[in-house]
Design a protein around this ligand. Structure first.
Ligand SMILES: O=c1ccn([C@@H]2O[C@H](COP(=O)(O)OP(=O)(O)O[C@H]3O[C@H](CO)[C@@H](O)[C@H](O)[C@H]3O)[C@@H](O)[C@H]2O)c(=O)[nH]1
Length: 432
């Protein structure tokens, strides 16, 4: 239960319904409005057939505040808060069992964070598919890396995956053929690439993905419309990372010194005091017309898709990475935790459509006071992707070609379209 997992899950449900099957999204009461709004926006689309069912999330029972049902709303990032959240997540097992008993679906797609869903589904003879939310590259790398990187939880998730029917991957074959082959043919996993799911034709709500945008989308587009093609850098670190004030300060100074136009998403509210703490004096005034700061939630896909955007500074969350690929923009990679360091390698060393900012250390979701990327590194990397040069030109052209391949993969006859088709057919046979 985190935006980076829920957004693709909702897209996936819509994608499944395009194949004529009915989908039910299971969520919790405080997450339900987000799911409902997204579904509502596409309700008029043909073939639409999605239900929502909620099960109670025992936040209070594990000592979390009432309504704390999403990892991005944890009161703090202390290990204890995350551990409580995981405990509460584990307690969804029994209500899921009840729900499956009543609904008897033909298949359950459950996120990797619910390893027990495999056994629950098996109880009713229902196949379970695992959704990791990450690329074949990072899945294969994690499996091939030494066993000691696996925490107890990851071990459990891994064992559940082995016992599951298979894995659905939000990726497309042409993006990482060697790693799709490695995962499926060499490591012997049963997997289907069905993405990028955000390109599902029913997912036309580009301006409101995940949360309500903090900026009027028309204003944002109006601002972008005044800019030349490929001239604006977009900077966003996903839904979970909180950067320290000193890190934000380095970014602000770096952006100013880079002399490039930008849209920068900062997960901070408005408030004079706060502003003074994390940006140089007079920064926003000096940047007027040149730089736009979005405080809170940005309409990311809408921004990336605009032709004025020519580069993306990203933390390499899997969704953002794919969205950058679809938009065909070179990236500055700035991984922070989880699979992001793997995704960085995919972008910079395999696909060669980005340059690393030089992040060497994992920081937790609240950042790290003792470690920050300096302004000079930011200026250098931003200029490398946005300023006219042979290197930038080549990266851009490779990125644009991949974006085209992504679209083709999702069209009728494309690799992801066909794989989804094959999956549904197989499930139909299974269910008799
Ligand atoms: O202001 C914002 C911020 C984010 N997004 C969207 O939110 C999603 C964010 O997902 P992602 O880029 O994957 O980042 P995280 O939110 O950090 O995702 C978590 O989940 C991912 C999927 O498992 C992992 O790859 C990441 O490492 C993990 O941090 C994307 O679709 C973005 O378009 C917005 O629309 N507006």
């Amino acid at each position: 239960m985190a935006p980076g997992h829920m957004i693709p899950i909702i897209d996936m449900a819509r994608l499944f319904t395009t194949q004529g099957v009915k989908a039910t999204i299971i969520t919790t009461p405080f997450n339900e409005p987000l799911v409902a709004k997204t579904i509502e926006r596409t309700k008029t689309c043909s073939g639409f057939n999605i239900d929502i069912k909620t099960i109670k999330f025992p936040a209070v029972e594990v000592g979390l505040p009432e309504g704390c049902e999403n990892i991005d709303s944890l009161p703090s990032n202390e290990n204890s808060a995350r551990a409580s959240f995981m405990t509460a997540t584990g307690m969804l097992r029994q209500p899921l069992e009840q729900l499956l008993q009543d609904c008897r679906p033909h298949c359950v797609v459950a996120d990797m964070f619910f390893p027990w869903a495999t056994d629950v589904a098996a109880k009713f003879g229902i196949p379970r598919l695992v959704f990791h939310g990450t690329s074949f590259f990072s899945l294969s790398t994690m499996l091939s890396a030494k066993g000691d990187i696996f925490t107890k939880f990851l071990k459990e998730a891994h064992e559940a995956e082995v016992r599951s029917y298979g894995v659905v991957v939000n990726s497309f074959y042409e993006l990482e053929p060697a790693y799709a082959n490695l995962y499926i043919k060499v490591l012997g996993r049963k997997a289907w690439h069905i993405g990028p799911v955000s390109l599902c034709k029913e997912a036309e709500d580009k301006g409101q993905r995940g949360k309500e945008s903090s900026i009027d989308t028309h204003e944002c587009l109006k601002w972008l419309n005044t800019k030349n093609n490929d001239s604006v850098v977009y900077i966003c670190f996903g839904s979970l990372a909180n950067l320290t004030d000193s890190q934000l300060m380095e970014i602000a100074m770096g952006l100013e010194a880079s002399e490039q136009q930008f849209i920068w998403v900062v997960k901070k509210g408005k408030g004079k005091k706060e502003e003074e703490d994390w940006m140089p004096k007079g920064f926003e005034k000096r940047m007027e017309g040149k730089g736009l700061i979005i405080r809170g939630w940005a309409p990311q896909v809408l921004i990336l898709d605009h032709e004025a955007v020519g580069g993306f500074v990203t933390h390499c969350g899997c969704n953002s990475t794919l969205e950058g690929v679809i938009a065909g923009v070179p990236m500055v990679t700035w991984p922070m935790f989880a699979d992001q360091f793997y995704n960085e390698k995919l972008v910079t060393e395999v696909l060669k459509i980005g340059v690393p900012v030089g992040a060497q250390q994992c920081v937790n979701m609240m950042g790290n006071e003792a470690y920050s990327i300096k302004k000079e590194a930011i200026v250098k990397a931003v200029r490398r992707i946005i300023m006219v040069s042979e290197e930038a030109k080549e990266m851009r052209s490779r990125a644009k070609a991949l974006g085209e391949m992504a679209r083709r993969a999702m069209e009728k006859g494309g690799s992801s379209y066909s794989d989804l088709n094959a999956l549904i057919e197989e499930l139909k046979i299974l269910s008799g």
